[in-house]
Design a protein around this ligand. Structure first.
Ligand SMILES: [Zn+2]
Ligand SMILES: [Zn+2]
Length: 358
């Protein structure tokens, strides 16, 4: 038997198939990076949030929606080559099979299943388990190593059902019919999910949006999201919007921009709103706990469901989640990947953050 043959018969150790590097998770046998934070020759990208999807790679493999979102944010020249990953289909690179599976995070978001020589690692990217009318739901994939985020990996983070939070918003609109309700929401995913949930709750008046989210909202509608009558704030006299709902990037709720509406009620839709002090600090009158990340319970439920022998934690409250894994007898380690914020840090400064690479 030749040496090469012997090698290909061996089963990979997990650290041979994927390794954390300063540029991101690297797969040596395929020579690709997943969600690299620096420009690389070939990148596989889980979803369009700016901390995961960056411009300037030689080639990008991602879902059709993620490729479109990157083109909207960075321009058509965001990468040298682009290749579409069809959900569920296998793309072989070198001797490694890659498969994109829905992550339930935002439109087009995917986990990436990395499989070679009998070893299967799932890179889940960012994900959530709660239903979202604007994107495909998370699909658990059994694996040997499960790589998870831990943005809300502390027991304090338990997200209530999103429709109950939206009911709070609509109740406030009913109680204060002369005040404008300004809802801060990240411009990719959260904003459109909040609009869709408002419609599911039966609200039929127009919803007004800040210019920073026009292109992404139009893309969601083109992809089939049911958002009803969406109008641009820019083409309306702000003083006439008493009693209406306005959706804007989180940074705008504290801007001068927000003060031009009649007696505004400022609201913010985020998992961070579970922390009262954080809401107060941002001057949020009506905090809505709506998150596109798994909460503490869902992180645990997901880890149990995929039945991995080993858990790697990329970012967020890695130490707490790794500790919990230990208490239930699971091998786990923090990767301390640098460059991934929570959705807040990634996008609180609006589209400007898209250009930031660090
Ligand atoms: Zn994300
Ligand atoms: Zn992220």
């Amino acid at each position: 038997m030749t040496l090469a043959r012997q090698r290909s018969d061996q089963i990979w150790r997990p650290s041979q198939l994927l390794i954390p590097t300063p540029a991101g998770l690297y797969c040596p046998p395929a020579e690709i990076y997943i969600d690299p934070v620096r420009p690389v020759a070939r990148a596989l990208i889980t979803h369009g949030h700016s901390d995961h999807a960056r411009a300037g790679h030689g080639a990008v493999l991602a879902t059709r929606e993620t490729l479109a979102i990157m083109a909207l944010r960075y321009g058509e020249g965001f990468t040298g080559e682009r290749q579409e990953a069809v959900l569920g289909a296998v793309t072989r690179i070198g001797e490694v099979d890659f498969r994109f599976v829905p992550a339930g995070h935002v439109l087009g978001s995917a986990q990436i299943v990395v499989e070679s020589r009998g070893l299967r690692i799932v890179v889940s990217g960012d994900y959530k388990r709660e239903r979202d009318p604007t994107c495909a739901g998370f699909e658990p994939v059994a694996c040997d190593v499960f790589i998870t985020e831990a943005t809300f990996g502390l027991p304090v983070f338990r997200h209530p059902p999103a429709h109950l939070e939206v009911a709070k918003l609509l109740e406030s609109v009913r109680l204060f019919p002369e005040r404008t309700h300004i809802v801060g929401a990240y411009s990719l995913g959260k904003a459109q999910r909040v609009m869709a949930l408002i419609r599911e709750a039966g609200y039929e008046r127009p919803i007004y949006t800040h210019g920073a989210m026009d292109a992404l909202t139009a893309f969601y509608i083109a992809e089939g999201a049911v958002l009803g009558d969406i109008r641009k704030v820019a083409s309306t006299d702000r003083k006439s919007l008493g009693g209406e709902i306005v959706i804007c990037p989180p940074s705008a709720i504290q801007d001068l921009w927000a003060r031009k509406f009649p007696d505004p009620v400022t609201s913010f839709a985020s998992g961070w709103m579970r922390i009262r002090a954080r809401a107060r600090q941002k001057g949020v009158e009506l905090p809505l706990i709506i998150s596109d990340h798994a909460d503490w319970d869902d992180l645990q439920a997901t880890i149990r469901e995929v039945r991995a022998g080993e858990i790697w934690v990329t970012h967020g409250e890695a130490d707490a989640l790794v500790h919990w894994c230990g208490t239930v007898g699971l091998k786990a380690r923090p990767l301390h990947l640098v460059g991934y914020g929570d959705e807040g840090e990634a996008e609180s400064t609006g589209e400007a953050a898209s250009a930031v690479a660090g």
